[in-house]
Ligand binder design. Structure first.
Ligand code: GLA
Length: 726
């Protein structure tokens, strides 16, 4: 194999991508020990010297048969550390057997290397890529008939390596899994900074950078969803790393439920990163012959700073994780009804919006919340997925009318939810998640459906597929507007209640999978009150995710830059909206900010001024022919602070052949004068047309580039194109 190798003599495993290398080996005690992860170029000899075992105190015990203090698991960089067997740090898994013992101690048994990739069963994963190869290592517990299989797949082109774990019960008695991680990465030293994304509703993706400290630091969610508050991706970087320089390790979990990203800096100054399902109230009963897969984690390394890591992940998600049907196909330029009309619409008003949208070159009309059951505000009808004919007539007719105007049709759903005021609740109160007799928490007046039940998934699939066919939908928006509470399923026995949150996700993923299998061309835009479930797991089914309910151009700058740290901009739904009260951002500025991602409108297009209409038409044409492609297939460079706090906030979108680059610089305040930016990503050898000048790429890259702002009230955006011939 070209990218994965095993050296029998030294028991050395190596994983290579185009620019990175990871190595571990199997020691005499059959433990897998991590040696190196970083830039390519380490020889075998150098790799084997990466481990130097040191003896510390007797408070780091050693299994009796394994010798001196230097062999204490408490100081070994184990690939899959056990529990209660001498390593007190984060463990890979905790398994309690029928005797009640939880000592978990996995050692190497065999391995297999083959071309292609493997995805965890029932879960999202990276399922394609050029020259991928997989290393599968089987470990067995020292004393119990339990196996653990570690899967590593290399994605050479995006410098990414995925990893996940499967635990299998090979015995005759049931065991309980009390903890399962996807991956554990040990790094030498503890002088790292960490990047993470946190936030709240309407303020997602706020980028934080902090120095690691001794002990444990955790990003996690216990919401049954990933949440607005913490994102399941992180980066560890050298203290001096910047946007363009320094070593950066990125890790992203492809999962949409309770997760934990844990980092522990040990007493011996080593760092351990573990990603997986959050332990709190997680337990899984594994009967003989059964297995459980952890979600997949993707790792990348860049020696070229945070921007390099981001671009690796952008490529990885676009080309290996997100729906293949939408990898190259241009995303439709859409107009969504929500901010223009909320619940207050009828057929005539929709068609008026459709007329304006069609006249301006929009391609798809999305009818948001309020078209079904008897829903006229956010208090009823979730679950009743049949059209409210009083409001919009027949969906098939509406679809025809839109088609006559050259528009596709999309609909909003919130499949996982149920309103007390609904027919579905009257018919199936037992389909609600909830602890019997316990006062249930309400979020946005709604309860959560028990997605662990296959009959619920069947019901939703039936309703949704019928509507997709009837109304010839090319797009659906899949929303989720509250988090789980009282996560108890009446369909599961008491001993399985701690499985509910993970099983819920398996139900959600199964519904996505079934829909995409039946309608492979369907574009699903995920949403959870904005970016409340924006993660690598959802990206496997949704080519775009609504980034935030906050559509204020200024607030969006930080949100979108934060998003771009780990996820591709083309995954982020970003629409032009009306100004928030008190804000005076020009139409051009709002549009420039929205053109960061997958573009659309969320406003009364029929009320644009004639100049705005003209500008919208011109830009929409440009988006469909040029800019949309750049967003979807190009490389993204942040030119100012990664948290989007700069003034201006500037970014560059560069075509894969580097012949076209578009710079957008957004100034928040009224400022007249020049600012200078350092360009990136252009070709040294091409000559670019910039305005009315020809300038060589080398010159552009070596000299600061000046942009002049006019001092418009409420801020302004400047756009500069760099185009090369040939
Ligand atoms: C959520 C979404 C919005 C909109 C509303 C509809 O808040 O994030 O975009 O769809 O629900 O109720």
């Amino acid at each position: 194999m070209k990218y994965v190798s095993y050296q029998a003599k030294t028991q050395l495993f190596q994983l290579h991508t185009k620019h990175t290398q990871r190595a571990f080996y199997c020691d005499p005690a059959k433990r897998l020990i991590q040696l190196y992860y970083g830039a390519r170029g380490m020889s075998e000899e150098a790799l084997l010297l990466c481990e130097s075992r040191q003896a510390y105190s007797s408070f780091s015990p050693v299994p009796e048969l394994e010798g001196g203090l230097e062999n204490s698991p408490d100081n070994l960089a184990q690939l899959f550390p056990g529990f209660d067997c001498g390593d007190y740090r984060l463990s890979g898994a905790i398994i309690r057997d029928a005797s009640g013992a939880a000592a978990t101690d996995f050692r190497y048994r065999s391995h297999n290397i083959y071309p292609g990739c493997v995805v965890p069963e029932g879960l999202p994963g990276a399922n394609r890529g050029k020259n991928t190869e997989t290393l599968e290592i089987t470990l067995s517990d020292q004393t119990r008939p339990v196996e653990c299989v570690l899967y590593f797949t290399v994605f050479p082109e995006s410098d990414t390596i995925t990893e996940f774990t499967v635990i299998r019960n090979c015995g005759t008695e049931a065991v309980q899994i009390e903890r399962i991680t996807s991956a554990v990465l040990d790094l030498p030293g503890d002088e790292w900074d960490q990047l993470s994304l946190s936030g709240t509703y309407a303020e997602e993706f706020q980028l934080r950078r902090q120095a690691l400290h001794h002990g444990l630091q955790i990003q996690r969610s216990l919401r049954g969803s990933t949440g607005h508050q913490a994102n399941p991706a992180t980066a560890l970087l050298t203290r001096d790393a910047t946007e363009t320089q320094g070593a950066v390790y990125g890790a992203a979990l492809l999962y949409s439920g309770n997760f934990s990203v844990e980092i522990e800096c040990s007493q011996y100054h080593a760092t351990r990163l573990a990603l997986g399902i959050a332990d709190t109230d997680f337990r899984w009963l594994l009967n003989p012959g059964e297995s459980l897969s952890a979600p997949e984690t993707a790792f990348t390394f860049s020696g070229n700073g945070i921007g390099g890591m981001s671009r690796n992940f952008h490529n990885f998600f676009r080309h290996s994780v997100m729906p293949e049907a939408w990898e190259k196909r241009p995303r439709p330029l859409l107009c969504n009804s929500w901010e223009a009309m909320r619940f207050d619409f009828d057929r005539d008003r929709l068609l008026k919006l459709a007329d304006a949208a069609a006249a301006q070159g929009v391609e798809l009309l999305v009818l948001d919340d309020g078209w079904f059951g008897e829903r006229n505000e956010a208090d009823s009808s979730l679950g009743d997925w049949f059209v409210n004919t009083k409001k919009v007539g027949s969906l098939a007719t509406l679809s025809d009318e839109l088609a006559q105007r050259g528009l596709g049709f999309g609909l909003w759903f919130e499949p996982e939810m149920i309103s007390r005021k609904s027919r579905l609740f009257e018919e199936h109160p037992e389909w609600v998640l909830g602890v019997p007799g316990h006062d249930l928490c309400i979020g946005r007046n709604q309860l959560v459906l028990d997605m662990t039940r296959s009959e619920v998934v069947d019901y939703l699939f039936g309703c949704m597929s019928r509507l997709i066919q009837e109304a010839r939908l090319t797009y659906i928006k899949w929303d989720m507007n509250r988090n789980l509470t009282e996560a108890y399923s009446r369909a599961l026995p008491p001993i399985r209640q701690s499985e509910v949150r993970h099983r819920y996700l398996l139900g959600v993923y199964a519904l996505h999978t079934r829909l995409l299998k039946s309608f492979p061309e369907l574009l699903i835009e995920g949403c959870s009150g904005g970016g409340g479930r924006f993660d690598g797991g959802m990206l496997h089914y949704c080519a775009q995710l609504w980034c935030s309910d906050n559509t204020d151009a200024e607030a969006r700058l930080a949100i979108q830059f934060g998003e771009s740290t780990f996820y591709p901009p083309c995954a982020a739904g970003s629409h032009v909206a009306s100004n928030y009260p008190g804000k005076t951002h020009s139409f051009a500025m709002r549009r420039a900010v929205a053109a960061f991602g997958t573009f659309g409108y969320e406003m009364k297009l029929d009320e644009l001024t004639p100049e705005e209409q003209k500008a919208a038409m011109a830009y929409n044409l440009d988006y469909r022919h040029t800019h949309g492609k750049l967003v979807q297939t190009g490389d993204f460079y942040r030119l100012t602070a990664g948290d989007g706090s700069g003034n201006p906030v500037a970014w560059l979108q560069v075509s894969p052949d580097r012949k076209l680059a578009r710079l957008t610089a957004v100034m928040r305040k009224n400022f007249a004068g020049s600012i200078k930016l350092r360009l990136q990503g252009l070709s040294e050898t091409l000559t670019y047309r910039v305005g009315d000048k020809n300038i060589s790429g080398a010159k552009l890259l070596r000299n600061p580039f000046a942009i002049t702002f006019d001092g418009a009230v409420g801020g302004e955006a400047k756009i500069v194109d760099f185009t090369a011939e040939g």
